[in-house]
Design a protein around this ligand. Sequence first.
Ligand SMILES: N[C@@H](CCC(=O)N[C@@H](CSCO)C(=O)NCC(=O)O)C(=O)O
Ligand SMILES: [Zn+2]
Ligand SMILES: [Zn+2]
Length: 186
Amino acid sequence: MTTVTLHPALDSGLAPTDPAFVGGTLVCACTDRPVRVRVEGQVAHNHACGCTKCWKPDGAAFSVVAVAPIDKVTVIENGDKLAVVDESALIQRHACTSCGVHMHGPVTRKHPFQGLSFLHPERFEEAGWQQPGFAAFVSSAIEGGVAPEAMTEVRSRLRDLGLEPYDCLNPGLMDYIATWTVQNRA
Ligand SMILES: N[C@@H](CCC(=O)N[C@@H](CSCO)C(=O)NCC(=O)O)C(=O)O
Ligand SMILES: [Zn+2]
Ligand SMILES: [Zn+2]
């Protein structure tokens, strides 16, 4: 049986979250002119995501992705290297055109997540960022190439890490989306 690589920040156990983390700088993988993005404050709702849209390190089946308010996220260096991956997507993922790392993903459209930017906190130069709390879009990992037969083991390993696996978002976020939908009916 081949063991699926979940993600480098998951496979060897989660690092501690620092309650005093005040923010930091995300850096892409380029050695030449890396893109840097400043984030003020701690990230929220960090999760492992199995969807095909989120950026993953080479060989990883999951991304690690969190949110911060758009106004707390600023591109500070080499932003000319960024391009939007898919203009039609809800999350406007800005990727480094040299190394491919997604550096920020604002949601500006009318949506429950409007005003949030999706970030990959493992790209922080600093330690202490909020660790993932659940696993989302787990079944979508099959779309990304994980063998269906491996999914029982994948879900079991996620649970062992304390990351309850869901095939969409977690119940708190799904309830939030549904509540917003009711309140915003035309
Ligand atoms: N099966 C699809 C799912 C893609 C998807 O819906 N992804 C979610 C989660 S991304 C981070 O939590 C989403 O909200 N996407 C919005 C967007 O991508 O703009 C697949 O795997 O492709
Ligand atoms: Zn880069
Ligand atoms: Zn995703």
